[in-house]
Ligand binder design. Sequence first.
Ligand SMILES: O=C(O)C[C@H]1C=CC(=O)O1
Length: 92
Amino acid sequence: MMFLARMDVEFPPHLTPEQIADFQAREKEYSGSLQRSGEMAGIWRIVGEYANHSLFDVESNDELHAILSGFPMYPYLKIRITPLARHPNSIR
Ligand SMILES: O=C(O)C[C@H]1C=CC(=O)O1
């Protein structure tokens, strides 16, 4: 099952730059491991925003939820999910 995610990052003002850097480092590690395993099929920065579009290839809604809630920055992410189905005109 394919899902398109839009994630907007909203850090609260009380976090220090060091705390933010730590979240970003842990996020990069977690995201990298999901990309290597194939569950995250891609991630793109949305130009001009602290936000991304990501593509997930997972077995179920429950698996996607577990993956998303495992992101270290999850408490600071606003996530919107769009389930994707194969388009009848797709040649792949
Ligand atoms: O920098 C971001 O867009 C936030 C974050 C969410 C997943 C990820 O890999 O990075």
